[in-house]
Design a protein around this ligand. Structure first.
Ligand code: GRG
Length: 295
């Protein structure tokens, strides 16, 4: 088995190649729209969701080429959510991944349309993936729609926006994250499993537990990284004050408590993979990567 870093690089190359090849239009009047789309999708994301889809497909002895459209679809939904999240009406951010956000590099209307187009194309690519039976395609489309919509990411974002200035208890915080970021992570794992063509109910159940745990672990680690970077910029006291002001895991559990929670969720995720045997090694490594990453 190749080294994990090499594996990450090969997945990144694979999904970047696929997206670059497919994200274009032959209508010259759409040049600006597609420039904004490619700008937002190919500016250096970690590609965690496509990697989960590929690794989940491999865990069930699937051919990863089969998983290309599902890996692309989850990354496109992610990219659309980031473009819209950065807009003035939401977070009003100037930078994403260290570069101007889509609405800063282009303009607000183009950014809204780029997000809308990515959202629609994600479902289009799944529906058009002829390597899968129509019934599987329908299931994939439903699964992704549920993860992206009000019961998933959009709902989580609405809860988050509604909670500005409020203090959330840990259960409410957890439910918000399960929807806002966990649902798409879960869908990435499940879609990869369906793409393998060998997903039984038992596999989907085990992978569902794995995905729930890493989805939350991802968020806990994200909060830890936020606090660590704020602390290094603002100094220890101000960083700690800021941590208490926001509904985050370090604010509720302390930094050490949050680290322990991330590690415990990683362990639960790895345990859940037991029925899948040694082919789930990449999923195990990804669970470690999610809680050990420093960016
Ligand atoms: C606008 C409908 C709508 C939803 C937005 C997910 C989301 C909902 C907003 C993103 C806000 C945010 C920064 C959440 C923290 C967790 C998160 C999703 C981080 C970014 O994901 P990574 O780390 O990003 O996978 P990269 O840049 O690596 O792709």
């Amino acid at each position: 088995m190749t080294d994990f870093k090499e594996y990450l690089g090969s997945c990144q190359e694979r999904i970047d190649g696929y997206l670059n090849q497919h994200l274009n239009s032959d209508q010259p009047r759409l040049d600006r729209l597609f420039s904004a789309i490619r700008y937002s999708v190919t500016n250096g994301g970690k590609r965690i969701r496509p990697m989960l889809a590929y690794a989940s497909c491999e865990a069930l002895q699937g051919d990863i080429a089969q998983a290309d459209p599902v890996a692309a679809a989850v990354e496109m939904i992610h990219a659309y959510s980031l473009i819209h999240d950065d807009l003035p009406a939401m977070d009003n951010d100037d930078l994403r991944r260290g570069q101007p956000t889509c609405h800063r590099a282009f303009d607000e209307a183009t950014a809204i349309l780029a997000g809308d187009a990515l959202h629609a194309m994600a479902f289009d690519w799944l529906a058009a993936a002829e390597q899968f039976d129509p019934a599987i395609r329908l299931r994939m489309v439903q699964l992704l729609a549920a993860a992206a919509g009000p019961a998933g990411m959009v709902g989580g974002q609405a809860i988050d926006l509604g909670a500005v200035g409020q203090s959330l208890d840990i259960e409410t915080l957890e439910n918000m994250h399960r929807q806002k970021t966990g649902a798409l992570i879960r869908a990435s794992v499940q879609l990869g499993a369906l793409a393998s063509g060998h997903a039984s109910q038992a596999h989907l159940k085990a992978l569902g537990t794995y995905a729930e745990c890493i989805g939350l672990a991802f968020q806990v680690q994200d909060d830890i990284l936020d606090i660590e970077s704020e602390t290094s910029v603002l100094g220890k006291q101000q960083g700690a004050d800021l941590a208490r002001d926001k509904p985050t895991y370090p604010a509720l559990l302390g930094l050490e408590g949050a680290r322990q929670l991330a590690a415990s969720l990683r362990d639960q995720a790895v345990d859940a993979l037991q029925p899948l045997g040694p082919d789930s090694a990449r999923l195990q490594q990804l669970a470690n990567y999610i809680v050990q990453r420093d960016f």
